[in-house]
Design a protein around this ligand. Structure first.
Ligand code: NAI
Length: 349
């Protein structure tokens, strides 16, 4: 079914507030979630609300966190999220990184002790809207086999990047370092659809097309994706003194405990390197250049990174956001959660 963006955000906000978040925090989370749904990233939108509601209701997300922002140098800072809700903490930390990079050219802000923060494009776009380059990486629960391994060690550890062009356009790259994000498996489960056989392996390490049989995900491009997820874990885990590798907390293991996850925002102010007008003009030029590349057989055109999501956003703003009926029914119901996520294995069978 189709739902208008404002209605969807409002329903998610109300549910999260009812589960225990303050109105301010619920609004911040709903804003990140609706951003994902509006861009067609349904794996990180409304379909996660019931899980968050259960974790909030069971105490695994601090509803009254003591956020602490501490500058540790001219361009460095640590934002301690006190295991409050990740989306809101990461958003506040990016606000601080934006301010610092306007003053000093660059900001590196570690966000530590947070819960899941959703789709990272939200945070890097905060920076791009301010004429800055945004980069963000974060830890995720261990569910990926390292290249050559038969058991999970790293998470789907995403990397996001955005840079501003002219007239509010921007280029946005945002990906899990796995062939697919775990949320895409959840989305396939919610729609009872099979998955391609290069996304994941079953408990024997064999490729599987059944989303319910998934026991570990595969890194992108073998050892190269594996190296990228290592880099993300060093920058957003080890650097911040947090649990790392297969000690990163699982999304579903214990919904009564905070997750202690880490994220790192890097914001670069182009004005410290070149003229901002020239920079934005050239970002727009590169976007146009990419669109004008001769398409390969089987392709209509080449899209720049983030273009398809931006087009989806435009389409959904006209037609409403496509939402699975069951998720809408849950959002409009009085139910906070159905007690279905706690103490599940990492793959929540
Ligand atoms: P994806 O595979 O849908 O897209 C990855 C990137 O490729 C995007 O920048 C997209 O614009 C670009 N792209 C895709 N098709 C394209 C095409 N035909 N032409 C040009 N560019 C194209 O994204 P993925 O890896 O499934 O990640 C989905 C979301 O999951 C992201 O928002 C990510 O931040 C989030 N995530 C969050 C985690 C967390 O723990 N917070 C963990 C893992 C992922």
């Amino acid at each position: 079914m189709r739902v208008a963006k404002d209605e969807l955000k409002d329903l998610m906000k109300k549910k999260l507030h009812k589960a225990g978040l303050t109105e301010e925090h619920a609004d911040g989370v709903a804003d990140v979630l609706v951003h994902a749904d509006a861009r067609g990233i349904h794996s990180h939108g409304a379909m996660r609300v019931e899980y968050y509601a259960e974790r909030i209701a069971k105490g695994g997300i601090n509803t009254n966190p003591n956020f602490q922002f501490k500058k540790t140098g001219l361009s460095t800072a640590v934002f301690d999220g006190d295991n409050g809700v990740g989306h809101f903490a990461a958003k506040k930390a990016m606000d601080e990184a934006i301010k610092m990079s306007k003053e000093n050219g660059i900001a590196v802000v570690g966000v530590k002790r947070i819960s899941h923060s959703g789709s990272l494009s939200y945070f890097v776009q905060q920076a791009a809207r301010e004429d800055l380059i945004g980069l963000s990486v974060c830890q995720s629960d261990p569910m990926v086999v390292p290249f050559g391994g038969a058991e999970p060690y790293y998470g789907t550890n995403p990397i996001a990047f955005a840079a501003p062009g002219n007239n509010g356009e921007m280029i946005t790259f945002d990906m899990a370092t796995t062939v697919q994000a775990w949320g895409k498996i959840l989305h396939a489960r919610s729609k009872n659809e099979s998955i391609p056989n290069d996304w994941a392996v079953d408990k024997n390490g064999e490729p599987t097309t059944n989303p319910f049989d998934v026991n570990a995900l595969l890194p992108i491009a073998g050892p190269k994706g594996y190296g990228l997820m290592m880099m993300v874990d060093v920058l957003s885990g080890i650097l911040l003194g947090l649990p790392f590798g297969n000690k990163v907390s699982s999304m579903y293991h214990d919904l009564t405990e905070g997750r202690n996850l880490g994220q790192l925002h890097i914001v670069i102010n182009p004005e410290y390197f070149t003229s901002i007008n020239e920079f934005k003009q050239n970002i727009s030029k590169t976007m146009a250049d990419l669109n004008n590349i001769k398409p390969a057989p089987g392709f209509d055109h080449v899209s720049y990174p983030g273009q398809r999501s931006a087009e989806r956003e435009q389409k959904y703003s006209e037609e409403g956001i496509a939402i699975v009926d069951d998720i809408y029914e849950y959002l409009i119901s009085d139910t906070i959660h159905n007690d279905q996520y706690d103490n599940k294995d990492p793959f929540a069978k």
